[in-house]
Design a protein around this ligand. Structure first.
Ligand code: SF4
Length: 250
């Protein structure tokens, strides 16, 4: 079966208006969008630019918009799109460098603001180097820890499209992952970071970030949990436990 793949060709010189190009690709039931792009690059047009690495939905490199939804090209089967013409576009809201390649610097700069590492003022246990968690505490951070930084959520957020300063769901879920970590002792500093005008209060609970996450992470709920934690902390009621729902698959 043949399918048409339509992609924008942005000039490397920064031209904003793309020229669209359509390629015809032979697919099988298991051909992914990434396979189709590889076919084009390998056999039809070596100048087509896109990112990819692991091919198994683990690295987050191949996030693109396919037929109007943000997805990983490597785990999206062309046949399941039920479309004779598939449009593949760069992630919206990100500056385009060329074709399907976007600039990740602003995205990872926001991630760095979240202090994306464990901070603990506790001394390590005498008998070893691990700080242990209970299974239920570990389960609480399983889902946000599975984020692969693909950017599909932040790119799907209309608030991010109109306000590039907004941290966005990926960075906020990253913060939630450490706020919810029973071993981390920097919760107040973390809540101060996300409780600013470029943080959680910009979220309008549109849920695009949740519906477009290829890992099933409940980004919107994580952001709402951060909001409640900030409010309780400001009211001096920080001991009340507020947690986002754990996805069924986690
Ligand atoms: Fe990608 Fe989901 Fe992580 Fe957002 S939360 S960056 S969509 S894996």
């Amino acid at each position: 079966m043949n399918v048409k793949i339509r992609v924008p060709r942005y000039e490397a010189n920064g031209a904003i208006t793309p020229v669209f190009q359509t390629y015809t690709v032979a697919i099988t039931p298991t051909t992914t969008v990434l396979d189709a792009l590889n076919q084009i690059k390998g056999h039809q047009d070596g100048t087509l630019a896109f990112r990819r690495s692991c091919r198994s939905a683990m690295c987050g490199s191949c996030g693109v918009m396919v037929n109007g939804r943000n997805r990983l090209a490597c785990n999206t089967r062309v046949a399941e799109l039920n479309s004779s013409e598939v449009s593949v576009n760069p992630l919206p809201g990100f500056p385009v460098i060329r074709d399907l390649v976007v600039d990740w610097d602003p995205f990872f700069a926001k991630d760095a603001v979240m202090l994306p590492y464990l901070i603990s003022d506790q001394t390590r246990p005498d008998d070893g180097t691990e700080r242990l968690q209970s299974p239920s505490d570990a389960r609480q951070i399983d889902s946000p820890s599975s984020c692969i930084q693909c950017g599909c959520c932040s790119s799907a957020c209309p608030v991010q499209w109109t306000n590039s300063e907004y941290y966005g769901p990926a960075a906020l879920t990253r913060s939630y992952r450490f706020v919810e970590d029973s071993r981390d002792t920097a919760v107040k500093a973390r809540l101060d970071i996300v409780g600013t005008e470029t943080g959680v209060w910009r979220c309008h609970t549109i849920f695009n970030c949740t519906s477009d996450c290829p890992k099933g992470i409940l980004n919107t709920e994580n952001i709402q949990a951060l909001k409640r934690k900030i409010m309780l902390s400001r009211l001096g009621l920080g001991r009340i436990e507020v947690r986002a729902r754990v996805p069924e698959s986690a």
